[in-house]
Design a binder for this molecule. Structure first.
Ligand code: HSE
Length: 417
């Protein structure tokens, strides 16, 4: 008998409970033991629902049942979920979780605790929702030296950016829509300001580079300042705007960031729309490998939790050391690399001014710069793309440009190469 305790019956937890109820026979047949939903830990009762017979209010009651072999921690927030993971592991129970806050903050400690207690701590659903990416990084492509990861790791913001452009929706309206669909975090700031994606890229980078990346060290910019005109200008120049969570090895350190970028339409990440996520890894043997799928949502994310449960049913003990090693990554804080930048500016826009601004862009930002033009949505907003320069050089160049062209620079974003 292998009972699973589902802790937290919210969006993901209820999905895990549903799949366990639906797939009981299939799972039990494959592993030749009764695999079933044992308990649901939640303060609510769910009277009149299929969950009602499984409800429990107290962890100790669940732990007293020796048939409970695994805790599926799908409770959000940090402290209670972390304590629950610890308690279950110390009691010799496996733990699987979708809680990226817990994994990004305490993953290393919990893996060690699991190792010490000869049980397993797995967290496939903590990054990329339903996409299998953590296990592939840990096993399938582990032999590679990974030198770069680029990802779209937040379903809510990708849904918002896609919808904002497609339906010309405002930021607030599209955020409400994402929340109603259950994609967004309880506090939308985690999504729109990039912190959720920062935790996910920290988790993936820690595994990929074999050194712990602290999510607090991720340079993080969200999507609050992106407006419809940016999408329109980017599209007319052949780009889509995506919140890119990326990391790469640079001079022995890891450079890691979350920020909106212009992605060339020929890049596969540009076609990742709505709640879909994707992770592109650059491996020494594989070259580019793309993982793609639903990055948020009840059943897709629950499917990844079930993947961990199935892995544990097949391999309840492992002798290998935890994936999160004890050494810390050296994170490169100063970004001195050169990029092309998209620049949005506001001008008074008088007849004849366009040619003047276009030639001023070229004279200031170099031969490789590209004046896009003005937005149809708002003729006072224009955009251009610079030639390669560093962030520091961009600041000096935009100052020089505004002095000559008499425009106001409103917003800049990097262009993904
Ligand atoms: N709020 C998260 C997202 C949920 O939108 O990606 C999945 O982690």
């Amino acid at each position: 008998m292998f009972k699973v305790a589902v802790c937290g019956c919210g969006v993901v937890g209820s999905g895990v409970a549903d799949i366990l109820l639906e797939q009981r026979e299939k799972l039990s047949a494959r592993f030749n033991t009764e695999v079933c939903l044992g308990y649901i830990l939640d303060i609510r009762d769910f009277a009149g629902t299929p969950y009602a017979p499984y409800m429990a209010k107290d962890v100790e009651t669940i732990l007293a049942d020796e048939d409970v072999k695994l805790f599926s921690v799908t409770i959000g927030g940090l402290d209670f979920a972390y304590q629950l993971c610890r308690r279950a592991l110390e009691a010799g129970r496996h733990v699987v979780t979708s809680n990226k806050e817990v994994v990004a903050a305490y993953g290393r400690e919990l893996e060690q605790l699991a190792y010490d207690h000869k049980v397993r701590f797995l967290y496939e659903a903590s990054a990329g929702g339903g996409i299998p990416v953590i296990r592939p990084l840990n096993i399938c492509i582990y032999a590679n030296d990974i030198n770069e990861i680029q990802g779209i790791l937040n379903g809510t913001t990708n849904y918002m950016l896609t919808g904002m452009y497609r339906d010309k929706m405002s930021f607030d309206a599209i955020l409400k829509d994402a929340q109603a669909k259950g994609f967004a975090e309880a506090n939308p700031s985690a999504d729109v300001d990039g912190y959720d994606a920062a935790r996910k890229i920290a988790i993936l980078s820690s595994i990929a580079y074999g050194a712990w990346v602290d999510y607090n060290d991720v340079a993080c910019t969200g999507i609050r300042e992106v407006v419809y005109a940016d999408h329109e200008l980017a599209a007319s120049a052949g780009y889509a705007i995506k919140l890119i969570a990326g990391s790469k090895m640079q001079d022995g350190g890891v450079q890691v960031s979350v920020e909106p970028k212009l992605v060339p339409k020929a890049n596969m990440l540009a076609s990742v729309n709505s709640v879909y996520n994707a992770v592109l890894t650059k491996g020494s043997y594989t070259g580019d490998t793309l993982f793609y799928g639903q990055g948020a949502g009840k059943l897709a994310t629950a499917s990844a939790v079930l993947g961990d449960i199935i892995e544990i049913l097949g391999r309840p003990t492992v002798d290998s050391l935890p994936a999160f090693v004890s050494n810390n990554a050296s994170v490169v804080k100063e970004d001195t690399a050169a990029y092309r930048f998209y620049v949005r500016f506001k001008s008074g826009f008088e007849e004849g001014e366009t040619d003047e601004i276009a030639s001023c862009v070229r004279a200031t930002f170099g031969a490789g710069s590209n004046f896009i033009g003005f937005a149809l949505a708002d003729a006072t907003l224009g955009g251009f793309i610079t030639d390669y320069c560093t962030k520091q050089e961009l600041a000096a160049l935009t100052e020089k440009f505004t002095a000559v062209a008499n425009v106001e620079i409103q917003y800049t974003m990097k262009v993904l190469d």
